[in-house]
Design a protein around this ligand. Structure first.
Ligand code: UDP
Ligand code: MG
Length: 318
């Protein structure tokens, strides 16, 4: 039985790897725990893979997975999670911004305090000013939307029960919102630990400005999917009905107005001269389209292979 699997996604981090693996080894051996460290090379173009193979020679605990091309951090984490054998799985970035010294305490929170997952909180961060500010905003939004009280959703340093990583699927760029994925999979005991953070020692960050817009869009999709993924009509149907109702009211205003004027024998203007006419027209068209989208989304979700994939905690049978 392996106690800890350390999963490290990496992309062009050749300089940090020897220092990182030595440090992890040092910390965990001191605790007298068994471990493996899974280095997932996300299609690096530098010598990261050669470095990994060299590290393996001295330390059998070092394991490696190499992607043929760069798929992104989420894909790397996903593959590391599939391969992990430890009872506690800990993820950390390869760039030495996260400190291996946090491992024993994180391990304890999972193994002894029985948290499903513990997320690091870089309370004092060493990143750019813009990143620190926008990250505060994202975390606040994610807190409201998901109802999970975490300060730092996207911290690279996290710890999990083995069953958690085996039952969530990190895809796209969802590594930013793994706590939400875990919660959606039914894991409620999510904790937080303040962790040390350092400035990047070697190389440079792999995420540019596009992270801000992508992070926002992903938050929208994950919220939508977790709320309405299995019943899209409940969303589109509501919006469609609302729109259609607005259209109906506007049409009634136009029609009744015209009839009243005619009854009073006043010269009535054309209905097309009323702004309500255009409101009625657009609202009804949009309403119908929302309904159509709802039906199509419903068909899509019904034919999904995962429509009946549930997380079963335990079974009691004869
Ligand atoms: N990373 C990866 N694939 C990518 C981009 C990044 O595996 O396509 C790894 C990277 O090597 C590092 C971690 O993800 O170990 C975090 O990346 P980075 O330090 O660039 O992000 P930041 O700390 O600036 O948020
Ligand atoms: Mg980093």
């Amino acid at each position: 039985m392996t106690d800890i699997s350390v999963v490290v996604p990496l992309f062009n981090e050749e300089e940090s790897l020897p220092e990182l693996t030595a440090w992890i080894d040092n910390v965990i051996t001191k605790e007298k725990l068994s471990y493996e460290v899974i280095l997932v090379d996300d299609g690096s173009s530098d010598n990261s893979w050669e470095v990994i193979k060299k590290l393996r020679v001295d330390k059998p605990q070092v394991k490696g997975i190499r992607f043929r091309r760069n798929y992104g951090k989420s894909a790397a984490l996903y593959s590391g999670f599939r391969a992990a054998k430890g009872n506690v799985v800990i993820t950390m970035d390869a760039d030495l911004q996260d400190s291996p010294e946090e491992i024993p305490e994180l391990f304890k929170m999972i193994a002894v305090d029985k948290f499903d997952m513990v997320s690091g909180w870089k309370k004092k961060r060493y990143d750019s000013f813009i990143k620190n500010k926008t990250s505060k905003f994202y975390n606040a939004t994610a807190r409201v939307v998901s109802g999970i009280k975490l300060h730092d959703f996207n911290c690279g340093l996290k710890a999990y029960q083995k069953k958690v990583v085996k039952s969530i699927e990190v895809y796209g760029e969802m590594h930013r919102y793994i706590p939400i994925l875990a919660k959606n999979a039914g894991f409620k005991k999510i904790g937080e630990k303040v962790v040390l953070h350092q400035a990047r020692k070697y190389g440079k960050t792999k995420f540019g400005l596009e992270r801000f817009i992508n992070g926002f869009l992903d938050l929208l999709s994950i919220t939508f999917i977790s709320k309405f993924g299995k019943k899209p009509m409940h969303f589109f149907g509501l919006m469609g009905t609302l729109m259609f109702f607005i259209g109906l009211v506007a049409a009634a205003i136009v029609g009744i107005n015209k009839l009243v004027l005619i009854a009073r024998e006043v010269a009535a203007p054309r209905v097309t001269e009323s702004p309500y006419f255009y409101l009625a027209l657009t609202a009804m068209i949009i309403g119908t389209q929302l309904f159509m989208t709802g039906f199509i989304a419903e068909l899509v979700s019904r034919s999904s292979a995962e429509r009946n994939a549930y997380q079963i905690e335990e079974e009691a049978f004869d």
